[in-house]
Design a protein around this ligand. Structure first.
Ligand code: M6R
Length: 622
């Protein structure tokens, strides 16, 4: 949800900022801009649309400026127009700001600033931040008239005064014309990382914009700011208390964020699943003893044996993984479990009993709704675990303990490999909690043995690529699809529908197959493909019945079935098969062909698969 990058060093800032923005473009891509600080002036370039548009308006050859800030936007306040694009410069012309987050009280501050004589050029909340800093910088006196800055840190002081007034979330990079030797970064509720190189510093929303220049980083916490000067940097709280931060090694490598011959990141990430699932399971599964070792939560697990209730909270795809988790915690560990939409949970004044286990699931670890639910669960005394992909992300750091997905960076906006890894982690957790209660070693051993076979089986599904593409092609003119599944394949139906919607813009609905007869069956015509997930499982006969109901009404079916199932062929207009596995692990396989189907549908429809319209990868606003 917006990406920011800022450079302070000895090299030309412009190409570094543009490349950084390209890497962050998955976070938002409706407008972009850079401000370069050179010879006592800001050179400002901004434009609506993609980074490619920005590349068309920046100087060629590149500006010699060695300091600058850049932004790629996902609009919240104000349309994605050029005036609303960041950076924003205050009305004195001295302060330039890029911002990721939302300033909740911007309207009231804007009104006050206008009364004080400030003028505005955009509809954004961010311009209020720029003007507020500019106001304190110029006025040189705090709002209550009690406080004046020391002469040598007026810029820093003005930033702190402004932040005193602001409610909301922000990752900010800020420059001041009078202080070309200083760059300030601030974090509160939105991610912000400082890359520390040799004589150069890069502030960015995530490490992908940093890794090309340095592998050393400082992860700021909420309420902290960094002040970069030529001779180094200092970190402190917004309230001016010094804090010592550790330099950490960035864990991703450059090749992980390159396309490496694939046409799209989504295609690459689908194809990576066998290998990343292997990494996710590696060292965690002890088949011989029927146990799971999850290093990050080993201490908590001892106490969690007595857990009376599991609450899972997440959004979007991660919520679908949570729904699989809900079924597995109940089936395998016999603990009441419920998955919650994080956005709803936080406003419901939920009952969280003592001893509840709260599990937040998030690829990015930055989703605002999930983070707020985590904070609420913590306040109410639950043990809070994270199932997160991005190492060092806000949710990972806010939870009591957690399990990382280990799938590497997921860049495609449509989540794929994170889903299968989330399901794998929740499966391991459910088995281990089950083992600590009553699940027999024999059953756990059989499940874990089968779990280790999953990566190979996913690999096998990927070989059906051409056939799945043809199924997408055969149905590409259909504008409404249904996805139906029962039991553990119901969450997969939801996920299949979400994938199709978000990248191919085809309307799709996922439902429990048996619910269809309570209303949605009225939609069935030969113009509406219905995707059934009908693998060999306890509800196989039932779902065959549901397929018959659709076919009896002239509906066309795409059926995901178990390899070798001859019987099902008669019910399928199009058949996709997955290798056999135990029922509890089927979502790990059945979701893969649906990811591929959505991918091909989007490509065939000519959409930008990795950057679907209106979306952004991490939703760091409510
Ligand atoms: O980073 P998170 O897992 O917390 O993100 C949650 C959702 O925003 C995300 O899964 C979204 O639904 C994806 N675009 C789905 O492909």
């Amino acid at each position: 949800m917006c990406g920011i990058v800022a450079y302070f060093g000895k090299k030309e800032a412009q190409p570094i900022l543009i490349e950084g923005l390209r890497r962050l473009e998955y976070r938002g891509y409706d407008s972009a801009g850079v401000a370069l600080l050179k010879d006592g002036a800001f050179d400002l370039y901004k434009i609506s649309g993609r980074i490619a548009n920005l590349e068309g308006i920046v100087p060629e050859p590149s500006s010699p400026a060695t300091v600058g800030i850049g932004h790629t936007r996902w609009a919240t306040h104000g349309k994605p127009t050029t005036p609303n694009a960041h950076p924003h410069i205050d009305c004195t012309g001295k302060i330039a700001v890029v911002h990721n987050g939302i300033i909740e009280n911007y309207a009231i501050l804007k009104k006050w600033l206008i009364q004080e004589g400030c003028t505005f050029k955009s509809e954004t909340d961010t311009e209020v931040v720029a003007n507020l800093i500019g106001y304190f910088y110029e006025k040189n006196l705090s709002r209550d008239g009690q406080n004046t800055p020391q002469r040598n840190n007026r810029f820093e002081w003005a930033v702190q005064q402004a932040l005193n007034e602001i409610h909301g979330t922000y990752g900010l990079a800020i420059l001041c014309l009078d202080c070309p030797d200083i760059m300030i970064g601030v974090k509160n509720g939105s991610p912000l990382i400082l890359g520390v190189g040799e004589n150069e510093f890069i502030i960015a929303s995530d490490t992908s914009a940093i890794i090309e220049h340095t592998s050393q980083a400082v992860y700021l916490s909420d309420g902290e700011m960094v002040c970069i000067r030529k001779d180094g940097f200092t970190t402190k709280t917004i309230t001016d208390k010094e804090v010592q931060k550790e330099l950490k090694e960035i864990e991703i490598s450059l090749d992980q964020i390159e396309l490496e011959g694939f046409d799209h990141y989504m295609q690459k990430e689908i194809a990576e699943q066998p290998q990343v699932l292997e990494t996710c399971l590696n060292g965690r599964v002890d088949v011989k003893n029927g146990r799971v070792v999850l290093g990050g939560i080993q201490d908590q697990l001892r106490d969690l044996t007595r857990t009376k209730r599991v609450i899972l909270a997440a959004c979007g795809t991660a919520w679908h993984a949570g729904l699989v988790g809900e079924f597995l915690f109940e089936q395998l560990a016999r603990i009441p479990a419920e998955v919650e939409y994080a956005s709803e949970f936080r406003y419901r004044n939920p009952v969280i009993d003592e001893g509840a286990l709260f599990i937040a699931i998030s690829q990015s670890g930055e989703t605002a709704d999930t983070l707020a639910a985590v904070e609420q669960a913590k306040e109410r005394g639950a043990t809070v675990l994270g199932v997160v992909n991005v190492v060092g992300s806000t949710i990972a750091r806010t939870t009591d303990a957690g399990v990382y997905l280990r799938v590497g960076p997921e860049i495609g906006v449509a989540s794929t490999k994170a889903f299968t890894a989330q399901v794998a982690v929740l499966t391991m957790l459910a088995i281990e909690l089950g083992r600590r209660r009553h699940l027999s070693a024999d059953i756990a051993q059989a499940l874990l043995k089968e779990l280790t076979e999953i990566p190979k089986k996913v690999e096998h599904i990927l070989t059906q690529n051409e056939q799945i593409k043809q199924i997408a092609q055969a149905n590409i003119d259909k504008d409404n699809w249904l996805f139906l599944g029962r039991g553990l394949n119901y969450p997969v139906a939801l996920e299949g529908a979400l994938k199709l919607k978000e990248i191919s813009y085809i309307h799709a609905e996922g439902l429990p197959a048996a619910e269809m007869k309570h209303g949605p069956i009225a939609l069935i015509t030969d113009e509406m493909p219905t995707v059934f997930i009908a693998t060999q499982c306890s509800q196989y006969e039932k779902i065959i019945g549901n397929i018959e109901e659709v076919r009896a009404r002239g509906g066309k079916t795409i059926v995901v079935a178990t390899e070798g199932d001859e019987h099902i062929k008669q019910y399928a207009d199009h058949l996709i098969t997955v290798p056999d596995t135990v029922e509890q692990l089927q979502p790990l396989l059945t979701v893969v062909p649906l990811q591929m189907l959505a991918y091909h549908a989007a490509v065939l429809r000519g959409h930008d698969v990795d950057k679907p319209r209106n979306l952004a990868k991490s939703v760091t606003v409510e």
